[in-house]
Design a protein around this ligand. Structure first.
Ligand code: IPE
Ligand code: IPE
Ligand code: MG
Length: 256
């Protein structure tokens, strides 16, 4: 079912705690290299940071947490690093799902999963099914995900669902596309976090980040913890989200 809402069609409600946090978990390799360890050690530690962050977000009442685990461009990495990342993903699915279930966390995986080996796809299906009824927080893992892929697949799905759109392109609107995006079940992210010092979006949720607050930290992903999350939320809480309006419209009392 789609709960698609658009920040460009209507002004969303805003709280001091973000409803949806989306994170680019970057810096695993540099974390390891700075310790004279192989890059894979950084990825392994990264899994621990995922566990801690999932727990911390759930405790803070965040409803949706979305983590970028593997981009559609990460296939360009050396084959041995790619296969290690796949193995880590498989072992995390095998080991963590029971705990997710106990903690009331629903797992969703978005991305072009057909590229993955059958064992991984099977584990993803089982994990999604086992946690489907959980409602405390939705954890989305983006794997073989790309923002451009998402927009294109949504456009294709929209045309398949409503073939008449091809004859009436003017009816092809935000809603027609948005309801087919991979994360149509979630509101747009309120807060985007990228660890590891780079200030770019790297083909993450291109459509959905239209009005998301962006937060960049130099902390490498394996060092990201509850305190680092709180700093990001604090920065978020101090921002004025205007969605195109003036400051006086947002806080009339402060208009003076
Ligand atoms: C993020 O860390 C993990 C993935 C992209 C899978 P990196 O592996 O990109 O770490 P750096 O950026 O090389 O330090
Ligand atoms: C983005 O990190 C993708 C993930 C964290 C999964 P990258 O490390 O791959 O991004 P670039 O290549 O530096 O932009
Ligand atoms: Mg990186």
């Amino acid at each position: 079912m789609s709960t698609f809402t658009s920040s460009t069609l209507a002004v969303p409600g805003c709280g001091t705690v973000p409803r949806h946090v989306a994170i680019i978990m970057d810096g695993n390799g540099r974390w390891a290299t700075s310790r004279h360890l192989p890059r894979v050690a950084g990825h392994a530690r990264g899994v621990e940071a995922v566990r801690a962050t999932v727990e911390a977000c759930a405790r803070r009442g965040i409803e949706f947490l979305t983590l970028f685990a593997f981009s559609s461009e990460n296939w360009r990495r050396p084959a041995d690093e790619v296969s290690l990342l796949m193995r880590l993903f498989i072992s995390a699915l095998e080991r963590e799902v029971t705990q997710l279930q106990k903690n009331g966390i629903r797992l969703r995986v978005i991305g072009e999963l057909s590229a993955f080996e059958p064992r991984l796809r099977e584990l993803v299906e089982q994990a999604e099914a086992r946690t489907a009824a959980s409602s405390r927080m939705t954890l989305t893992i983006a794997a073989n995900y790309g923002g451009r892929w998402d927009i294109l697949q949504a456009a294709q799905a929209a045309l398949r669902a409503q073939p008449e759109l091809a004859r009436h392109p003017e009816r092809f609107d935000e809603d027609a596309l948005g309801r087919h995006l991979a994360m149509a079940y979630a509101p747009e992210p309120d807060l985007f976090i990228r660890t590891g010092g780079e200030q770019r979006v790297s083909n993450f949720l291109l459509w959905q980040l239209a009005y998301t607050e962006l937060y960049f930290t130099d902390t490498y992903w394996p060092d990201f913890d509850a305190a680092a999350l709180d700093r990001a939320i604090e920065s978020f809480a101090a921002r004025e989200r205007r969605f195109g309006r003036t400051s006086a419209q947002v806080t009339p009392a402060a208009a003076g």
